[in-house]
Design a protein around this ligand. Structure first.
Ligand code: HEM
Length: 135
């Protein structure tokens, strides 16, 4: 799988379409729920993760080149703005990525696709930081 292929076929398709993304998000929140290192970011969420599971599925499907249902349901993503109410520094970014790495490791797709998506997610997670002095 070359970079050119990745640019022509949406990662959404290469990662198994709706089922692939739904599974990824469910694993992501299962890990967040269980991992001691994710306790701080888990506590930022409500006790019931049902709604956020649904919303992240829509968001990632859209972000990865699939159906644009997130914007239909939630409007413009304005993702950084939506995170300003939570204190996100390096530790929170890394905990988020740790959950996502565990979830991504189980997606059935080419390793290059996984790495490409992971790098893009890391940039997004880094962009979400709003606590520059948090070590
Ligand atoms: C960097 C660390 C991050 C932390 C600590 C964090 C935490 C949170 C929290 C606490 C919420 C609100 C959940 C709720 O309403 O119950 C949220 C919403 C959301 N997060 Fe994150 N997040 C992070 C990074 C990301 C990244 C990288 C993405 C995308 C790949 C993302 C996508 C979303 C989406 C789509 C929502 C829902 C937005 C909406 O209301 O439409 N988050 N996040």
């Amino acid at each position: 799988m070359s970079d050119a292929d990745i640019q022509q076929v949406p990662p959404y398709e290469l990662m198994g379409g709706k089922q692939g993304i739904d599974d990824l998000v469910d694993r992501f929140y299962d890990v967040m729920d269980a991992l001691p290192q994710a306790r701080t970011i888990r506590a930022m969420h409500g006790p019931d993760l049902t709604v956020i599971r649904h919303v992240l599925k829509l968001y990632l499907a859209q972000w990865l080149g699939g159906p644009q249902d997130y914007s239909r349901e939630r409007g413009h993503p304005m993702l950084r703005g939506r995170h300003l109410g939570f204190s996100i520094g390096l530790a929170e970014r890394d905990a988020w990525m740790q959950c996502m790495d565990a979830a991504l490791s189980q997606v059935a797709c080419e390793p290059q696709v996984r790495e490409h998506v992971r790098e893009a997610m890391l940039k997004l997670a880094d962009w979400m930081r709003n606590q520059p002095n948090n070590p």
